[in-house]
Unconditional design. Sequence first.
Length: 180
Amino acid sequence: MKTIDKRMLWFLDVFVFILALLLDQITKSIARKSLAVGEATDVIPGVFQFLHVENTGASWGMFQGGSVVFIILAFIVSLGLTVFITRIPGKTRFIRLHLSLSLIIAGAIGNVIDRIQKGSVTDFFYAQIINFPVFNVADIFIVCSTIWLMIMVLFVYKDEELDFMGGKKKRSKTSGKEEK
């Protein structure tokens, strides 16, 4: 397995984070400038539309008014994922892991920025055909990257490759006994 300088991985993480955060904030700004709250524009009539919603709750409007709790949780999760990123071995095989975690952090911070600035999160994508809750770019990063992360952990990486995550003690090849 090829190794990569940890500084290059940090650069990749920061670059992906900033790019994703900018994309999220720019699209939310466009939505706020283009549509009044509650206003919709059909993209594909009856299927998909841009619908400006200001969400003070969690995903799909649950737990309305809990912005302070969501800000604290997002910071804790983002900090934990950032610490976790530092533990990932500097191997090319783990670049996908870096990307998925950077996108999750960017999505979480993107929604935190909204909550701090406005007390709500700007959502604007609406899959009308299935009446799916209105969402935004940050939500896409969080959901898709979390699914990608789960697939990688379950089906791509071998258990021993993920030993850096902790929780498992290594077994000595010669004695079969656990080592610390």
